[in-house]
Design a protein. Structure first.
Length: 195
């Protein structure tokens, strides 16, 4: 993906606002930006919309780009911010549904043999997804990239413009919250959770 980044002329033209240079960068980086966003939001339809929003922000911010730096890293950072904004807005819409579901099922422990039941496995998976969606957007972005996509901490740090220590701290907090929220998914042994 570094082909156009090796051509400083295209990046200089982009900074100057030339539409043709933007289109060249869009064609090269659109698939990478889409894949990055879908890793965070886990929704293909939303990722398509957020990719468009990302490139709209890139186009509007063309004058602020330093053509001596990596366009791909800059695009990932903008894409990450767009995805986090989406997660923050989506989280507020989901809160009522999650509260209703957790009130209905808070007092139902799972027996060890119940995990063999496909309906119970589906419920565990759904409740895990809901607990994940309840994470604050900043924590959810780190958790999605680290736990689901298994990205290295230094790559996450670069994309989120954080230190590696901050990534590890956010990941620790996200895991702690998930364990607390899913603590009532007992498999029959006190203190254990289904994951």
């Amino acid at each position: 993906m570094e082909l156009l980044e090796q051509n400083p002329r295209v990046l200089t033209q982009f900074v100057a606002g030339e539409l043709e240079a933007f289109e060249m960068l869009f064609r090269q980086f659109q698939p990478e930006v889409y894949r990055w966003i879908i890793r965070i939001v886990r929704d293909p339809a939303a990722a398509e919309d957020l990719t468009v929003e990302t490139f709209w922000r890139i186009y509007r911010g063309h004058a602020g780009f330093d053509s001596g730096r990596s366009f791909g890293a800059w695009a990932r950072r903008i894409a990450t911010n767009v995805a986090i904004d989406y997660l923050k807005n989506a989280q507020s819409r989901e809160v009522q549904l999650v509260e209703r579901l957790s009130d209905e099922s808070a007092d139902r422990p799972f027996a060890a043999s119940a995990t063999q039941n496909p309906a119970i496995r589906r419920e565990v998976r759904e409740r895990t997804q809901l607990a994940f969606q309840q994470l604050p957007a900043q924590l959810r972005a780190v958790a999605a990239l680290a736990l689901i996509e298994e990205c290295p901490h230094n790559e996450i740090a670069e994309a989120l413009n954080l230190s590696t220590a901050a990534v590890k701290s956010r990941l620790f907090r996200a895991v702690r919250i998930l364990r607390t929220k899913l603590g009532n998914l007992n498999t029959g042994n006190p203190g254990t959770t289904q994951q």
